[in-house]
Design a protein around this ligand. Structure first.
Ligand code: MBD
Ligand code: FE
Length: 295
């Protein structure tokens, strides 16, 4: 690369996004597992690690994996860490199953995976408000409104709707240099009836970075690198289970083959022309499950 153009600080590289995601994860406190006793924890690690090791050995024996393939795997695993792409790899290829297990008891809304690009504590806005965006933010304006209720139909006026998503280039603020810190990220309050009516800019589809370890795997395997365009949400209310969800746009070519396997029919928006302005509008209600009674 030409020295004058080597300013990696300002380009959207896999390693920048990956290393920010890795630091975010380290800071998130998500690894604390205090509810298990040491004995129960040891039994669980023993079970899961034994099964994982056995599954990998089974593949080697059944597929007669060669030393060349084994060493390619070793080199690739080292690169995943160097690029900070463990959060990306895990969230794209594994989180959807964890999410299924975690939420299959719910009677309210279907959720979906969080992904690697959530940032907590986004600025709080009112129930009828516009998400932070650049003055010249590109894309199709989107009015997004709805109501948050409990499974019994009671509106939840204390609810919060956190929204974060990519811009019209498919980039997330804080994971790509040069985008304002809280661009397209906010926490919306709801009104006394649990309603919100917000404005944002429709995101583009998301492509896994091609210059990192995940992109290398995708290219080597001949897969595609795309997630369909999506909104990320966390909807919470006191006494209710936090809903982490994604919402999708009809007609996206990757709704049927999302690389992260995170699309569900219940999460498809209905998009209409905005009756009160330019762009599109969509209505979507959230139904939250009450927190299970504590033991
Ligand atoms: C994303 O934007 C995303 O939502 C997930 C789950 C994985 C990678 C990028
Ligand atoms: Fe995303």
């Amino acid at each position: 690369m030409n020295a004058a153009h080597s300013d990696t600080q300002l380009s959207p590289t896999a390693a920048v996004a990956g290393n920010v995601a890795t630091e975010r994860f380290r800071a998130s406190g998500k690894t604390v597992n205090a509810h298990l006793s040491p004995e129960a924890s040891r039994a669980r690690v023993n079970l899961l690690a034994t099964r994982a090791v056995r599954a990998l050995n089974d593949i080697v024996l059944e597929e007669r994996v060669t030393y060349a393939e084994y060493n390619a795997l070793k080199a690739w695993l080292i690169k995943v860490g160097e690029d900070g792409e463990w959060p990306l790899w895990l969230d794209v290829w594994l989180e959807h199953s964890v999410e299924d297990v975690a939420t299959d008891h719910r009677q309210g809304n279907k959720g979906s995976i969080e992904g690697p690009y959530y940032v907590p504590d986004a600025p709080e806005l009112g129930p009828t408000d516009t998400i932070p965006m650049r003055e010249d933010e590109e894309g199709t304006p989107l009015r997004f409104f709805g109501q948050v209720r409990s499974v019994d139909g009671t509106p939840l006026p204390e609810a919060r709707v956190e929204l974060w998503h990519a811009d019209s280039d498919g980039y997330y603020s804080q994971f790509v240099p040069g985008i304002p810190e809280w661009n397209l990220r906010a926490t919306f309050r709801v009104d006394a009836e649990g309603r919100f009516d917000l404005r944002t800019m429709q995101p583009a589809a998301y492509q896994i970075p091609t210059d990192g370890a995940c992109g290398q795997l995708i290219a080597a395997a001949g897969w595609h690198a795309w997630r369909p365009a999506h909104l990320h949400l966390k909807v919470g209310a006191p006494g209710h289970e936090l809903l982490t969800a994604q919402l999708y746009f009809p007609g996206d070519p990757h709704n049927d083959d999302d690389i992260a396997t995170a699309v569900k029919p219940e999460l498809m928006l209905e998009i209409a022309p905005n009756s009160a302005g330019s762009g599109h509008q969509t209505e979507y209600d959230f139904v939250l499950d009450p927190e299970p009674a504590s033991p």
